[in-house]
Design a protein. Structure first.
Length: 118
């Protein structure tokens, strides 16, 4: 009976070891799949975060530009002391120049004689 007991305990031990190894492989596949899923989810979350930050930065810079423009415009409209003359004074009209007459007083004659009989 002792041999049967030893044999039974050995078979029971081997069965437990083999069965636990089988469950480990199944768990390792499940954990491996879960790890891959976690990695892909983390990559997508990171890509979304980067895209969201870029949109946020663009929106903030646009708003900052609008604020800077409005501040500059407000300062320009309030500062009339620096720009006291709104428009420059137009210059005076120059005097009319004297018309010079030609020195040659000979009458103008055609190059070819004009026949008045036609």
């Amino acid at each position: 009976m002792k041999t049967h007991k030893k044999l039974f305990l050995c078979l029971l031990g081997i069965t437990m070891i083999v069965s636990s190894m089988g469950f480990q492989k199944k768990k390792s596949k499940e954990t491996e799949i879960q790890e891959l899923i976690d990695i892909k989810v983390a990559e997508k979350v990171e890509a979304y975060r980067i895209k969201r930050l870029a949109k946020c930065r663009e929106r903030i810079l646009s708003r900052a530009g609008e604020l800077a423009d409005s501040i500059i415009m407000a300062a320009a409209t309030k500062s009339t002391v620096i720009d006291s003359v709104a428009q420059p004074i137009p210059p005076d009209r120059p005097e009319r120049p004297e018309i010079k007459r030609p020195l040659d007083t000979t009458p103008v004659v055609p190059f070819f004689p004009v026949d008045s009989s036609n």
